[in-house]
Design a protein around this ligand. Structure first.
Ligand SMILES: [Zn+2]
Length: 269
């Protein structure tokens, strides 16, 4: 029984495709909204209200919330507290690189405290930015800045998404230095335009991860299955390579941790 903590599944069609792709190995998924559904930065990702219409009626698909840091925050905090109380979201995701703020800023601390109150994770898009409109700024999404937030809010569970790609080593440095920081491996192997390129990417990714896990064996206890699945029409269409990565580097009990135990502890406690 596996849990995928990072997908963008918000329709019957995507959910069916996902289940086929994962050969039903994955029984529970978390679907993540974007702060602004009008945005073209990440196509076809709904905002939280639209996502809830789907997740509320699909028992094995869980939603995160997402707060638009450029909009009025108090109002959104109140709404998210309601959703946390009702159990309709299992965490909150923020996008520093797209909204120009550092994770340790005062306005984030308030959100981290809300997550702490309900004992749910605060998730950050970290590292590389999908940015066709050339609006994102990398310095804000660099995983190194999570360290300061983790120290300011030691009781908030924090997740660095995408292993901070391509900053694996920096992400690992932060996650192993802070008990309250964890990592999902989503979107580190995407589908390129030719299968040769895709294969090469996967090979290189394994080499880089080998380096990381050799330097920091403890990191094997801190990663979770995530795919960033967004449908067959997108480069984020892979599921099995992520399962393979976990099986390649982790021993049996670490695999259980990465496939479901850690997710249960962090999101479904
Ligand atoms: Zn994503």
């Amino acid at each position: 029984m596996m849990i995928d903590i990072h997908t963008h599944v918000f329709s019957e069609h995507l959910w069916n495709t996902y289940q086929k792709k994962s050969k039903k190995l994955v029984s529970k998924i978390i679907s993540i909204p974007y702060f602004n559904k009008e945005s073209k930065d990440i196509p076809k990702i709904p905002d939280i209200e639209e996502l809830l219409e789907f997740t509320d009626t699909h028992p094995n698909v869980y939603a995160l919330g997402s707060i638009d840091m450029d909009d009025e925050i108090e109002k959104q905090l109140a709404r998210h507290e309601e959703l946390l109380k009702e159990g309709r979201i299992v965490g909150i995701k923020l996008y520093p690189g797209y909204q120009y703020f550092y994770p340790y800023e005062e306005k984030v601390i308030k959100i981290a405290q809300l997550c702490e109150k309900y004992d749910k994770p605060l998730v950050f898009h970290s590292g590389d930015l999908f940015d066709p409109e050339n609006k994102a700024i990398l310095k804000y999404s660099h995983p190194i800045h999570i360290d300061e937030l983790a120290r300011k809010c030691p009781k908030t569970k924090i997740i660095i998404s995408h292993f901070g790609f391509p900053y694996y080593m920096e992400t690992t440095n932060v996650a192993t230095a802070n008990d309250n920081v964890y990592v999902d491996i989503s979107a580190i192997v995407v589908e390129f335009s030719t299968s040769k390129e895709t294969r090469n990417l996967q090979k290189q990714c394994l080499k880089d991860l080998q380096r990381v896990f050799t330097y920091y064996p403890l990191m094997k206890e801190k990663i979770m299955l995530g795919t960033d699945f967004g449908g067959d029409e997108t480069p984020l269409s892979l599921v099995k390579p992520y399962i393979k990565i976990i099986k390649k580097f982790l021993n049996k009990s670490q695999q259980e941790n990465a496939f479901h135990k850690l997710a249960e502890k962090l999101y479904f406690n």
